[in-house]
Design a protein around this ligand. Sequence first.
Ligand code: NAG
Ligand code: NAG
Ligand code: NAG
Ligand code: NAG
Length: 470
Amino acid sequence: MKRNNSFSQLFFMSLLVLIFVTFSVDARNTNIKKKLHKHHKKSHPLPHYDPHPIQPNTFDIMSFGAKGNGVSDDSEAFLAAWKCACKVSGATIKVPEKLKFLIKPITLQGPCMPDLTLQIDGTILAPPEVSSWPKSNLFQWINFKWVQNFTIKGYGTIDGQGSNWWSSSKLYDIQKTHSKQIPSMKPTAIRFYSSNFVKIRDIKIKNSPLCHLKFDNSKGIKVDNITISSPENSPNTDGIHLQNTQDVEIQHSNIGTGDDCVSIQTGCSNIHVHHIKCGPGHGISLGGLGKDKSVACVSDIIVEDISMKNTLYGARIKTWQGGNGMVKNVSFSRIKVYDVMYPVMIDQYYCDKQICKNQTGTVIISGVKFDQISGSYTLQPVHLACSNSIPCTDVDLTDIQLRPSLSYRGMQQAMCWNSYGKSQGQLVPSSIDYCLRSGGGLIKRIAKSHDSNQRGLKKGKYGTEKKSEK
Ligand SMILES: *[C@@H]1O[C@H](CO)[C@@H](O)[C@H](O)[C@H]1NC(C)=O
Ligand SMILES: *[C@@H]1O[C@H](CO)[C@@H](O)[C@H](O)[C@H]1NC(C)=O
Ligand SMILES: *[C@@H]1O[C@H](CO)[C@@H](O)[C@H](O)[C@H]1NC(C)=O
Ligand SMILES: *[C@@H]1O[C@H](CO)[C@@H](O)[C@H](O)[C@H]1NC(C)=O
């Protein structure tokens, strides 16, 4: 019995040892297999660059075959990283620092899993030669389409390398009829189409062939702490361009280009732009609205705490003659200007040629506040040129203090044409005080006139009145 017992003990022990050995060998095998598998997965050309500690939700474009030398085309790697990251909730696509990635025109398409982040710490470069752009793809360079709850951030740069486009545009303008070589269309650098809840933070965008950052048919946009720059002589290079887009906040950013710092177009509402340094460029603009008799609607716009330096315009609304629709509830406040040609402007005769045909009908402008606009101007402090057909109403000029700048040539008084509203507070020059016509009960009359196709207005009810320059 005793012997039997110790025998079974021995048997039990050896069984344990056997199990242990088998298990550890098995474990080692699995480990080896894992390593092999890992190695196999990475077997396409992986350069010197060592990705950061592996995080399951991080997709470094270097792991997708990007070269990062600024010369090889890294578009495929970028697209592949996007496709993988898009399927994972809370994923981050990394564009690593110190490297340059040449990217051809691409579309990064959703819908993706929520909270996708594109972390740009390196530099993304557009093809520098105009001729290397596919003719079929001149709308934009990087096109984000149908993305939701998406963030771009990082301390990197997106460089549109647009200088060849800018000079070619001059060539094109001159040789329009002679040359078909240079395309008349130029690409926007970054465009969001039909995308909601998008955040753009910290990055730099520069030298776009055309507009730098455009939102189209989107909502819930937040832009914070970005820098946009291109030279003063780069044509049509808007900083941020909004169209058919609602619920936008643009803040704490620095924008200086050859065109509008922020351009707000038709279909925009609830837009808040604040703490922006703007210049050089054309200031912050609503419009041009109503081109080719189109209907334009823009409402609920707040632009405040802005500093503008060396811009053509400051706070501006521009509409084409003959348009339709309405601009309402707009407020520009606490705007500091330095050497700005026209700090305060409404132009309902906007025209990109020498002469445009006079037309009746206009985008109605009502409810515009200019409050605490101060600093120096180089041509005219206030210029409100409202339509002959329908006046601007409910325009407020409050605390406007504008002095001629040192580089100022030739003097113009404040000018208001067909603009109704009130001026109050400190007004310098004093011509601002006499500029607006008083009377606020006009809106009803206008609405009625507008409904009846401006029949009453064609008789020159407003057009015959003298400009109220004093
Ligand atoms: C996207 O973000 C918005 C606003 O932050 C939020 O209300 C919404 O629930 C988010 N959607 C998803 C799918 O996470
Ligand atoms: C703004 O962005 C820069 C990178 O471009 C970063 O260094 C800085 O910390 C950011 N500032 C804030 C307040 O986030
Ligand atoms: C004007 O626009 C602001 C900003 O979007 C909004 O908060 C406010 O309610 C609007 N006022 C009117 C009278 O619609
Ligand atoms: C349009 O109207 C303005 C003011 O009535 C006038 O000075 C101008 O010559 C007209 N322009 C054309 C092209 O008819």
